[in-house]
Design a protein around this ligand. Sequence first.
Ligand SMILES: Cc1cc2nc3c(=O)[nH]c(=O)nc-3n(C[C@H](O)[C@H](O)[C@H](O)COP(=O)(O)OP(=O)(O)OC[C@H]3O[C@@H](n4cnc5c(N)ncnc54)[C@H](O)[C@@H]3O)c2cc1C
Length: 384
Amino acid sequence: MATELHQELRVAVRDLCSRFTGEYWRKLDEARGYPEEFVSALTEAGWLAALIPEEYGGSGLNITEASIILEEMNRSGGNSAACHAQMYIMGALLRHGSEEQKRRYLPKIASGELRLQSFAVTEPTTGSDTLKLKTTAVKRGDQYVVNGQKVWTSRVQHSDLMLLLARTTPLGEVRKRSEGLSVFLVDLRNAIGNGLTVRPIRNMMNHETNELFFDDFKVPAENLVGEEGKGFRYILDGMNAERILIAAECIGDGYWFIERAAHYAKERVVFDRPIGQNQGIQFPIARAYVNVEAANLMRFRAASLFDAGEPCGAEANMAKLLAADASWEAANAAIQTHGGFGFAAEYDIERKFRETRLYQVAPISTNLILAYIGEHVLGLPRSY
Ligand SMILES: Cc1cc2nc3c(=O)[nH]c(=O)nc-3n(C[C@H](O)[C@H](O)[C@H](O)COP(=O)(O)OP(=O)(O)OC[C@H]3O[C@@H](n4cnc5c(N)ncnc54)[C@H](O)[C@@H]3O)c2cc1C
């Protein structure tokens, strides 16, 4: 339910984001640059510290409120993927870290003095099959020695800290496949050249993402988060929050595409009438709107269950799937409505079109969400 606070949040974030125009994002897109000014402005305003409790210097907002912040960032035409992880990666530390770790890191993450916005899970040879990941961390004295490889680790070059998921007990020696993985807080500041090599991956969007190579890379044992071997459960604990927040970004994108498409359809006159008078143009925009609105209901349903401490795995996953589909449908309607101009960088449609396409694949692909619903909601046999 929309509250006064929600409206205030929307107005404040919208106001800040309006300083970062289409031209700002276009120039960065062309130069493959990082939106440093945008991220700094959001950090200074405290928006990226929304989920950090007040006792650790954050603003202690709930997931519904945090999701509104990300929605507005994308609805403004910007791309929150440059910094959204600063909002939620710290969740593993908050829920499972020691009091000492929380006191040491969270206030600095909240103030922006430290950026924790990298999360190294995916590996090139195992992909979605996370439990088979091959990167190992072996304890030797007061440190762990890490060897292996990660892929698609985003924002490493704009982060001070990174969460790393690695295997601490070989797969053959654990009772359950989900055991034996551990989470580490890696300090990136002296890491490169000291056992860590970072190779950027050029990709379809302006998104900083990398391959990582660990070669006897040392992590102090005190940087283990929680208990050794329980890391996968810690990661799962954070999944619902991530799904809801990403769904909100998709919703933001969806509304942005629809507003742009509807505006253009009213203005553009061909055959002596606005193109939006033609059902072939009007209906796809209307349908996209219906679907974004429906996805938005599921997003708020999932968020309110989450905030009430209720189970919300099914709703969070469904919200992510519906919202990613809806934003992509809206992107297609917008590009079609704009005709040739949809492809011109100047209109921003093609940029956002590329950006919103990612959500079908990452952070989790649509098929893996369907597999979750099939197995956990419908009781069908596990398909993988
Ligand atoms: C731009 C970008 C940024 C990213 N950032 C990060 C990051 O910061 N940290 C991180 O750890 N990862 C990150 N990722 C990785 C992302 O989470 C993975 O790409 C995603 O989970 C899919 O894994 P994969 O690419 O290995 O695909 P694969 O696992 O190889 O799958 C390929 C395709 O097959 C499908 N598939 C696989 N198995 C099944 C099955 N059993 N049933 C049905 N379909 C199946 C998948 O759904 C997918 O469509 C990022 C990816 C991208 C593209």
